[in-house]
Design a protein around this ligand. Structure first.
Ligand code: 9D3
Length: 246
């Protein structure tokens, strides 16, 4: 993925982009992120980015000029771009949207809002508006990082690879089963015997059961859309009837 981020606080993003998986994806050339402070595209001596809302009301509104100017300067390189505004009014981000972005050939411009909002005329330059969930943050920077993070791990070669992606397609739409590592017993807490049995079929079945049970308990809504086998359906009915106590 190639992207540009327009923000008043580029340092918020650079810290996260310069660690771990994202750092490695960037050095491998899988992820290309350019950060721009749109205050640098103001033309007044005070470098003003916001102003009072027409019609009155609390808070400040981001002025259109710095964002228009930033988009104009980016466009000078002639590279096609998809412009995404991060805002609480946006369509919900999801794993599906992450997959779409991971396959996008254009550069993606992420515009991060702040303050109470953005002058609506900026929408004339925006292709889509995206939200990361129904809660109010102080700006779009964390949303940009959430999206870049979720997309990056889908880029071929960005993760340790193959196996974990393969497991994902099997459990898609369900919550994860519990994981254990050494030691076999810690503070009196034991690893379930089945995981030490060496019986691969039993382990697969146990994990599937645990994933279904966890999903039923915490996110029953996910069971409406998950791909479930007849065996899964039977297990869920049993769990609903109160079998399989733990
Ligand atoms: C819904 C609140 N708005 C009512 C006047 C004002 C407002 C508050 C906070 C407008 C923007 C913001 C900053 N939030 C984002 O820029 C944002 C966001 C979010 O707050 N929640 C979920 N996803 C996103 S993406 C960008």
């Amino acid at each position: 993925m190639k992207c540009d981020v327009l923000t008043l606080f580029p340092d918020i993003l650079s810290a996260y982009l310069n660690e771990s998986i994202l750092k490695r994806a960037r050095s491998k050339g899988l992820l290309d992120v350019a950060l721009y402070n749109f205050r640098d595209f103001t033309s007044d001596s005070h470098r003003t980015v916001d102003d009072m809302p027409y019609g009155g009301g609390a808070g400040m509104v981001l002025k259109p000029e710095p964002l228009f100017k930033a988009l104009d300067v980016l466009a000078e390189d002639g590279v096609p771009r998809r412009v995404v505004l991060l805002s609480p009014q946006g369509a919900p981000f999801s794993q599906k949207v992450a997959e779409v972005f991971s396959k996008e050939d254009r550069r993606i411009v992420f515009i991060c809002g702040r303050y109470e909002g953005i002058d609506e005329r900026v929408m004339s330059r925006v292709d889509e508006e995206i939200s990361i969930g129904d809660y109010v943050m102080t700006g779009g920077e964390l949303a940009a990082l959430v999206i870049i993070d979720a997309v990056t791990r889908l880029l071929p070669g960005a993760l340790g690879d193959a196996k974990s992606i393969e497991d994902e397609s099997f459990t898609w739409g369900l919550l994860d089963y519990p994981q254990y590592t050494r030691p076999r017993e810690y503070c009196g807490l034991k690893v379930p015997d089945v995981l030490l049995s060496g019986n691969h079929k039993d382990i697969i079945a146990w994990r599937r059961g645990q994933a279904l049970k966890k999903t039923l308990a915490v996110r029953p809504d996910l069971l409406e859309t998950a791909k479930l086998s007849d065996e899964d359906q039977r297990m869920i009915s049993d769990l609903r009837d109160g079998y399989g106590s733990k």
